[in-house]
Design a protein around this ligand. Sequence first.
Ligand code: UDP
Length: 316
Amino acid sequence: MKKVLISGGAGFIGKYLCREFLKDGFEVICVDNFLTSERKDLEVLLENKNFKLIERDVTEIEEKDLNDNFEYVLHFASPASPVDYLKYPVETLRVNSIGTENLLKIALKRKSIFLFASTSEVYGDPQIPVQNEEYWGNVNPIGLRSVYDEGKRYGEAITMAYFRKYKVNIRMARIFNTYGPGMRIDDGRVIPNFLSQAIEGKPLTIYGDGTQTRSFCYVEDLVRGIKKLLEADYHFPINLGNPEEFTILQLAEKIKEIIGTEIEIVFKPLPPDDPKRRKPDITKAREILKWEPVVSLEEGLRKTIPYFEEKLKGKK
Ligand code: UDP
């Protein structure tokens, strides 16, 4: 039976990947320390005899701890929302540096395909309106967000070094804002915040004046892209995201429209170094992976709302 090692398998995207690989007949070994995820989210997966959980920080995993031959090693462990990585700055840097190298060593020894989950944050606060993979980014190396941005940039650098020096069969996905059922409703990101606020009839909190932009990818589209990347023989970073760009104000209006009740908008201070725009150029993904997102923001929000309603009911 083929095996896949997924770090951060209890996280938002990780859970989708665990389910996908089980469906494809793999044995899934998930490594997670539940720093920003919850064990109870794995309850259903744990009933599957082909799913194994190693409760450990990947910065403490050694190649000799794992005897399996992995077809794939997927590194998705890391705090990923601004609220989370500001709360865990050192852990964020460590999981993307030491954690990445630990997993690269495993991939090297086992001849696995290694995938690093990178991010649009490597572009920082971009000075170009549409970010392609050749853009080097505009990152404040000591800013509050640097723990994530520089952590991921180091992660890419060490992944590339293992490719160049040891010929590890690497993949790097630069993942742009992703949302959908299975997100933590309190992770502090804009879609979970707005949906929770709208469903509970509270004002939507826009940080700054709401003219900053983001491009939101529905999680099932993203997961399809990750799988295509694994199948492709391509060893350089590739943007995975939805190129449709919205201002945060437009997002708020859209959510108000869909939920359909009278909802107020309040403006709060913009966090430091908050990128002013973000929109992926996905030419490479289209050409190399034959991939592009198919779920519009409206459709994706409609698919996500029932999950938030259910979770918020459970909270009461
Ligand atoms: N944002 C907002 N209100 C919120 C949460 C976030 O206006 O309640 C803004 C945030 O300042 C940023 C954008 O929405 O400009 C996306 O933030 P998020 O935390 O989702 O992720 P980011 O793309 O910044 O990593």
